[in-house]
Design a protein around this ligand. Structure first.
Ligand code: THU
Length: 132
């Protein structure tokens, strides 16, 4: 059983670490690996705006660099009341590793949960034959 409350709480803690002086939009993510570990991330912006990395990818890449390749769930929160849906690039990154992982967001205090594959149908892959 995934403890969604705990995962969302961790994401909220990581949102405090956001470096977002340009957008002033803090995002936090907490990623649960299939081995039971949690990795966090916050969005990190840059004066060269395109160098900005989303909270979700910071969490994913930190986990991957630590040897984790299989993920169960990721919670994503922003300072906003609305659910923080991951951007398209992050969805593509989720799909590369764990298309069936759950993406957990908050909407008016309730969880909104989707599979990564639901959020990115027809994801890009290099095996063109599979795209027919
Ligand atoms: N951002 C994330 O961290 N995750 C998302 O899913 C969407 C956007 C960040 C990037 C940027 O620092 C700020 O939110 C505004 O786009």
């Amino acid at each position: 059983m995934i403890d969604y409350n705990f995962l969302v709480q961790k994401a909220q803690e990581y949102a405090q670490k956001s470096y977002s002086p340009y957008s002033n939009f803090s995002v936090g993510a907490a990623l649960l690996t299939s081995s039971g570990k949690i990795f966090g991330g916050a969005n990190i912006e840059n004066a060269s705006y395109g160098a900005t990395v989303c909270a979700e990818r910071v969490a994913m890449f930190t986990a991957i660099a630590d040897g984790e390749l299989d993920f169960t769930a990721i919670a994503v929160v922003s300072k906003n009341e609305n659910p923080c849906f991951p951007c398209g690039i992050c969805r593509q990154v989720f799909t590369e590793f764990s298309p069936s992982m759950e993406v957990v967001m908050l909407s008016d205090g309730a969880f909104k949960i989707y599979k990564a594959s639901e959020l990115l149908p027809y994801a890009f892959n290099l095996k063109a034959v599979e795209n027919k």
